[in-house]
Every structure is written in structure tokens, then in C-alpha cells.
Design a protein around this ligand. Structure first.
Ligand SMILES: Nc1nc2c(ncn2[C@@H]2O[C@H](COP(=O)(O)OP(=O)(O)OP(=O)(O)O)[C@@H](O)[C@H]2O)c(=O)[nH]1
Ligand SMILES: [Mg+2]
Ligand SMILES: [Zn+2]
Length: 289
């Protein structure tokens, strides 16, 4: 039968199949794969066979629609990039770093979620990004925007990603008080310090799944497969203006003359903040000479 890997715990993969949660081991062949963690990960659809004792064996893994590198989750429907208006304050470069990683992972729906709106009344926060991405403003503390969040989370697999302390776990607890996820950062700090591979778990909610993740601030873009040739594709508003570049298809939109993207920045058709973030990240992945 076919099922979905929900979590990895006590060296068992727990597979949700036909209404049951079945602890599974890997078929030997899969196990010999050096990177076992990447051979099967949560979110994967797998074919399993059942043993007499009720446990199962994963026979094979179906090909992935997409894959989020950190935390490792397959077949993600949307990512909710979560930040706070304050404590910790949001920096544009950090926001764009997360946006780039989400785009690179080919996640269909990328939503920016701004939490702790109770701390600041700045209504225009991130409004410049709204033509590019859906922005939801919430407060786990007052419950503002939580109803909207419930609607977003009620189908498909949603991963909450974002820096530590922005209130990801708090928000999920506000969405469903039965979840009782740990708030604060102590347990997550232990996770961060001790494990190189972070274990994510799909939490069933409504007709979908939620994934709470430990916060992180620095992700190696190169590790996510980004380089100077593909970074520009992660800035989706560049595409229509790149047709005006003299060196079409190969222009890095940095040092080249007659660059359609640079002209669009000059005209104000592309946000300066986005372009500045692009140049910084381009430098980070190894700028073209
Ligand atoms: N004022 C205010 N504080 C909040 C809100 N949401 C969360 N907090 C506080 O922010 C702190 C961090 O909350 P967490 O939910 O643990 O944050 P997290 O994003 O899960 O952090 P990590 O698990 O370390 O990544 C806690 O002290 C929360 O009480 C909010 O809407 N308003
Ligand atoms: Mg948390
Ligand atoms: Zn260009």
C-alpha cells in the first residue's frame, strides 16, 4: 500500500496509510544508500508492505514534487515564512534569503507571515512586498489574523520557517490549542546544538499537515544548490525585464551594460531593496567577474 511518512522516531519511519499509523523500517536496499536521511524523509509518499506484527517495510519512495532542504521535508505545498515586526526585528536581507530558498526549493505557494503585530502598529510593514507575495499579519498573543491563518493551513503540507523567536510555535498553538508545542527557545537550542540533521514532523491539522521548525538564521545558499547562474531565477519579478538585457539569458544583472533589470530598478519598476539583496546574495554565491 501507499502511505506518507509523517515522522522519524526511534529509528522507525511512521507512515500514515489507510487510516493507520504504521512504524516502518527501510528495505535493505534503501538502507545501503549512504545518505539514509535523504533516501526517505518526512513528506515522502512510500510503498510499504506490512508484516505480521503490524509494523511495515518501506519498499520504495515515489519521486518528489519538491524538497525543502532545511528542515528536510518532501512534497511541500506551501511555506509560511514567519517573521516578527519586532523582537526580533526583521531585516530585508534575511527576508530575501528565506524567499530565495523557498523559490529555489520550488515550493508552489510562498506566504510571508508577520507576527507580533501587537508590538507595533506599523500597518505598512512589508506592504512593498505585497505585489510579489501574499502577506498575512497576525498576533499569536491577541489572536489577530489567526482565523485567516487557520484557513491557509487547513489543506496541504505547510512548513513554518523563519528565524528563532519570531513565534512560529506560538502561532501554531494559537491555531490549535491542542498542539501544545514548546514555546521559548530552550528545547530548540538543544536540537540545534546536538543534531546536524534536524528532524521535522508532519503534524496533522484539518485536512492537511503542519511542520513546525526550529528557527535558524543562516543557511548556506550553495548548499541549497544556488550559484551565480540560477540565483536570478529566484527573483521572480526580474523575469519580465530580463528580456530587455543585451546579453539575454546570460546577463547576471550586475556589471553588464544595457541591462533590462538595472533599468527597471532605475525606473522604480523593481524594488531597490530586492535588487540590493540580489547583489549581496550574488556576491555570496560567487559573483561573475
Ligand atoms: N508580543 C508577542 N510575543 C509573542 C507573540 N508570539 C510569540 N511571542 C513570544 O515570542 C517568544 C518566542 O516564541 P516561540 O513561539 O517559541 O518562537 P519560535 O519562532 O517557535 O522560536 P524557535 O522555536 O526558537 O524557532 C516567546 O516568548 C513568545 O511568548 C506575539 O504575537 N506577540
Ligand atoms: Mg519553535
Ligand atoms: Zn540584465
Amino acid at each position: 500500500m501507499i502511505g506518507r511518512v509523517i515522522k522519524f522516531y526511534n529509528s522507525f519511519f511512521f507512515v500514515r496509510a489507510e487510516g493507520k499509523l504504521i512504524p516502518c523500517k527501510l528495505r535493505g536496499l534503501l538502507k545501503r544508500d549512504k545518505k539514509v536521511g535523504s533516501a526517505v524523509c518526512v513528506g515522502d509518499f512510500v510503498k510499504i508492505s506490512q508484516l505480521k506484527d503490524g509494523s511495515g517495510v518501506i519498499e520504495n519512495v515515489q519521486s518528489r514534487r519538491n524538497f525543502l532542504i532545511r528542515p528536510p521535508v518532501a512534497n511541500v505545498d506551501r511555506v509560511l515564512l514567519t517573521f516578527a515586526v519586532d523582537a526580533p526585528k526583521l531585516h530585508p536581507l534575511l527576508l530575501n534569503r528565506f524567499l530565495v530558498l523557498a523559490e529555489q526549493s520550488a515550493i508552489g505557494e510562498v506566504i510571508i507571515c508577520v507576527n507580533k503585530t501587537d508590538l507595533s502598529a506599523d500597518e505598512n510593514f512589508l506592504s512593498e512586498y505585497e505585489p510579489l507575495y501574499r502577506v498575512v499579519r497576525v498576533s499569536a498573543m491577541t489572536g489577530a489574523g489567526v482565523a485567516e491563518l487557520r484557513k491557509i493551513l487547513s489543506a496541504g503540507v505547510t512548513v513554518l520557517a523563519g528565524p528563532s523567536g519570531v513565534g512560529k510555535s506560538s502561532l501554531l498553538n494559537a491555531v490549535d490549542k491542542n498542539l501544545r508545542l514548546k514555546v521559548g527557545t530552550v528545547s530548540e537550542k538543544i536540537l540545534r546544538g546536538k543534531h546536524t540533521t534536524r528532524v521535522a514532523e508532519l503534524i496533522e491539522y484539518g485536512g492537511g499537515f503542519l511542520v513546525d521548525t526550529p528557527g535558524f538564521s543562516a543557511v548556506d545558499l550553495a548548499e541549497a544548490g544556488l550559484d551565480k547562474n540560477n540565483l536570478r531565477h529566484c527573483f521572480k519579478e526580474f523575469t519580465e525585464f530580463a528580456t530587455g538585457c543585451k546579453f539575454r539569458n546570460v546577463c547576471s544583472h550586475s556589471h553588464e551594460p544595457d541591462c533590462g533589470v538595472k533599468l527597471a530598478v532605475e525606473r522604480g519598476d523593481i524594488m531597490r531593496e530586492r535588487y540590493a539583496a540580489y547583489l549581496t546574495l550574488l556576491d555570496e554565491v560567487g559573483t561573475a567577474r
